[in-house]
Design a protein around this ligand. Structure first.
Ligand code: FAD
Length: 512
C-alpha cells in the first residue's frame, strides 16, 4: 500500500515536472490541464508563429503592459497573465483554439471600461482588440463594416467626416461592442434605436474557435441573443451596422451648474420635460450629475446638467426656457459639429468620466420619472459620505435621460434586450477612488445604502439592471428579463453555443 502510494506520488511529481518543463509537447497538441508555468515567452514561441505579422504576445515585463492592462474598473480586477494582440481577425480563432488546447481562460478586452466588480476570479489571457479598428463604408452608404476594436469617438469622427452618423454610446471612450452587445444607449437612439437594433451581420468566433457569420440568414437564433446578451456568446471580430446620412452639421448644447437648493425644482422640470417618455427625438440626450465642484463649494456637491440638441439653438430654446428660469451658478453653451458634442457635454476622451485606473463601486436604477424626495435623499447621502471620506471626492451620481422613440419602435420580442418599455431614465452612482483596499468596506456600504434608497423610491416596481452598468450581484432576472421565456431561451442558446461557459466573465447568464 505504501509502495503504491509512493509510486502514485512519484508519477505525480514526474507529471508536474513535465508540466512545468517548457515547452512541454502536449499529446496530440491538446492538454487537458492548465499548463501552470506557461509564460508569455513560451506562448510567444508556440502561438506566435501561427499569428499574422503585426500581432503581439507580451507579459508584465513588456513596456506596453501597463497601458494594455490598466482598466477603468480597478476594483477586483482580473488576473491577466499575458496579453495577446491579434493584428488580423483570422488570428482570433487560432488564439482561442490555442487557449482551449492549454485549458487557459481568455478575456476579450477592447477599451477596458467594463464596470463589473466581479472579475477577480478570472485568471488567464487578455485578448486585446486594439489593432482591429478598421471601418469600411459599404457601397450605397446604408451600412458599414466595423472591426471589433472600434470605439465611440473614433466611429463618430470617421463617419461624420464622410457624411454619416450611426448609433454609438454617448461617451467617447467606450468600445462599440462592449455597449452594443448589451443594447447600447446613445444620442441617436431616439431616432434610430439602440446600437444592437442596428446590427445587421456579425463575424463571431465561438468558444471552440470556430469562426461563423451571424445574421438573419445565418444563425438567426444567435443574432437574437447577441442583441442584448452578446457578451455571453463569442468574440465579435467585425460587425455590419446601419449607418445614416448626417442630417445636421451642428448640434446645440447647454450646460447648467445649480446649487443644491434648486434640486427639487430641477427634478420637477426634468420630469415635465420628459413628459412620461415623450422627450423629443432631436432633444436627444440630457444628463445630470451630482459632483463636487470646489470652485463653488467645498462642502456641498453641485448639480450639473447638460442638454444636447440635434439642430439649432433657436429650435432648442423652447425646451430649455424652463431651465433658464432656475437661477444657475453658471451656464455654458455652443453650436458645434456633432463629434465635439461628447467633449462639450462632459463625456469626452479627456473628461474625468473616461479616466481609467480607479476603483468604482457602482449601483444603478431605471425609472419612468425621478422621485424628487428620493433624489434629495440620495444627494444628502452623497454629501455626507464625501465629507466623511474626502478620498472619494471624484465620485458622482449620474442621471441620464434619452429620447426613447426609436427604442420603443422595435418589437421587444425580436431581441435579447429586455428593457424597451421599462425605463425613461437611467441613474448610476460611481463611487470612485484611487485603489486602496482600506476604503473598500466604506464604499461598498455606501453603494448598498444608495441602491436601497433608489429602490425604496419606487415601491412595487421590480428593479431593472442595464447589463452594461451592472455591478454583478443583481438578480439575474433583473439583468436579462423577468419574462421566464427570455432566460430559458438564452440558457438553451448558451448550452448550444458556449456549453463550457468560456464567455462567462461579463455578467454571465449562467452563474456557477
Ligand atoms: C465612462 C463610461 C461611459 C459609458 N458610456 C456608455 C454609453 O454612453 N452607453 C452605453 O450603453 N454604455 C455606456 N457605458 C457602459 C459600457 O457599455 C460598458 O462599460 C462596456 O462594457 C464598455 O465596453 P469597453 O469596450 O469600453 O470595455 P471592455 O472592458 O473592453 O469590454 C467589456 C466587455 O465587453 C465584451 N466585449 C468587448 N468587445 C468585444 C468584442 N469585440 N467581442 C465580444 N465581446 C466584446 C467583453 O465581454 C468585455 O468583458 C459606459 C461606461 C463607462 C465606464
Amino acid at each position: 500500500m505504501v509502495r503504491l502510494f509512493s509510486l502514485a506520488a512519484l508519477s505525480l511529481t514526474l507529471l508536474q515536472s513535465l508540466v512545468t518543463a517548457s515547452p512541454f509537447p502536449c499529446l496530440n497538441g491538446h492538454c487537458s490541464y492548465t499548463r501552470a508555468n506557461l509564460t508569455p515567452e513560451i506562448v510567444a514561441r508556440e502561438l506566435g508563429p501561427q499569428l499574422s505579422r503585426n500581432s503581439s504576445i507580451f507579459g508584465p515585463d513588456d513596456a506596453r503592459w501597463v497601458e494594455a492592462t490598466t482598466r477603468y474598473q480597478e476594483y477586483n480586477r482580473p488576473h491577466i497573465s499575458m496579453v495577446v494582440e491579434p493584428a488580423r481577425e483570422d488570428d482570433i480563432p487560432k488564439i482561442v483554439k490555442y487557449a482551449n488546447k492549454n485549458s487557459l481562460d481568455f478575456l476579450t478586452v477592447n477599451r477596458g471600461h467594463s464596470l463589473s466588480g466581479f472579475n477577480g476570479n478570472f485568471s488567464g489571457i487578455q485578448i486585446s482588440m486594439d489593432l482591429l479598428r478598421d471601418i469600411t463604408i459599404n457601397k450605397g452608404g446604408k451600412t458599414a463594416w466595423f472591426q471589433g476594436g472600434t470605439y465611440d469617438q473614433q466611429v463618430i469622427d470617421e463617419l461624420f467626416e464622410q457624411g454619416y452618423v450611426a448609433t454609438t454610446g454617448s461617451c467617447s471612450c467606450v468600445g462599440m461592442m462592449g455597449p452594443g452587445l448589451g443594447g447600447g444607449h446613445g444620442r441617436y437612439q431616439g431616432r434610430y434605436g439602440l446600437i444592437s437594433d442596428n446590427l445587421v451581420t456579425l463575424h463571431v468566433v465561438l468558444a471552440d474557435g470556430t469562426a461563423i457569420t451571424v445574421s438573419e440568414k445565418s444563425h438567426p437564433d444567435l443574432l437574437w441573443a447577441m442583441k442584448g446578451a452578446g457578451h455571453n456568446f463569442g468574440i465579435v471580430t467585425s460587425f455590419e451596422l446601419n449607418i445614416y446620412p448626417r442630417l445636421v452639421d451642428t448640434w446645440y448644447y447647454r450646460n447648467y451648474v445649480w446649487t443644491q437648493d434648486k434640486l427639487e425644482t430641477v427634478f420637477e422640470e426634468i420630469n415635465r420635460f420628459h413628459n412620461n417618455g415623450t422627450e423629443p427625438v432631436d432633444m436627444a440626450y440630457e444628463v445630470g450629475v451630482y459632483t463636487m465642484n470646489y470652485s463653488v463649494s467645498s462642502t456641498e456637491a453641485v448639480i450639473w446638467w447638460s442638454f444636447a440638441y440635434s439642430g439649432s439653438q433657436e429650435d432648442a430654446q423652447k425646451y430649455l426656457t424652463p431651465f433658464d428660469n432656475i437661477e444657475a451658478v453658471s451656464v455654458e453653451d455652443g453650436n458645434v459639429p456633432y463629434p465635439e458634442i461628447p467633449g462639450r457635454t462632459g463625456s469626452g476622451l479627456d473628461d474625468f468620466v473616461c479616466s481609467p485606473g480607479y476603483d468604482h463601486m457602482v449601483a444603478q436604477v431605471g425609472t419612468f420619472t425621478w422621485n424628487v424626495t428620493t433624489q434629495r435623499q440620495v444627494y444628502d447621502l452623497f454629501n455626507q459620505k464625501i465629507q466623511e471620506q474626502p478620498a472619494m471626492n471624484r465620485s458622482s451620481v449620474t442621471m441620464e435621460g434619452y429620447s426613447t422613440e426609436g427604442v420603443r419602435a422595435v418589437d421587444a420580442r425580436t431581441s435579447g434586450f429586455p428593457w424597451r418599455d421599462a425605463y425613461n431614465h437611467l441613474g448610476f452612482i460611481t463611487i470612485a477612488y484611487p485603489p486602496d483596499a482600506s476604503l473598500d468596506e466604506f464604499a461598498l456600504e455606501w453603494r448598498v445604502q444608495h441602491r436601497d434608497l433608489w429602490n425604496q423610491g419606487q415601491p412595487g416596481r421590480l428593479p431593472t439592471t442595464y447589463v452594461n452598468y451592472a455591478w454583478g450581484d443583481e438578480p439575474i432576472e433583473s439583468v436579462y428579463g423577468y419574462e421566464p421565456w427570455r432566460l430559458e431561451k438564452l440558457r438553451s442558446l448558451k448550452a448550444k453555443y458556449d456549453p463550457h461557459g468560456r464567455f462567462n466573465h461579463y455578467n454571465p447568464i449562467t452563474r456557477g
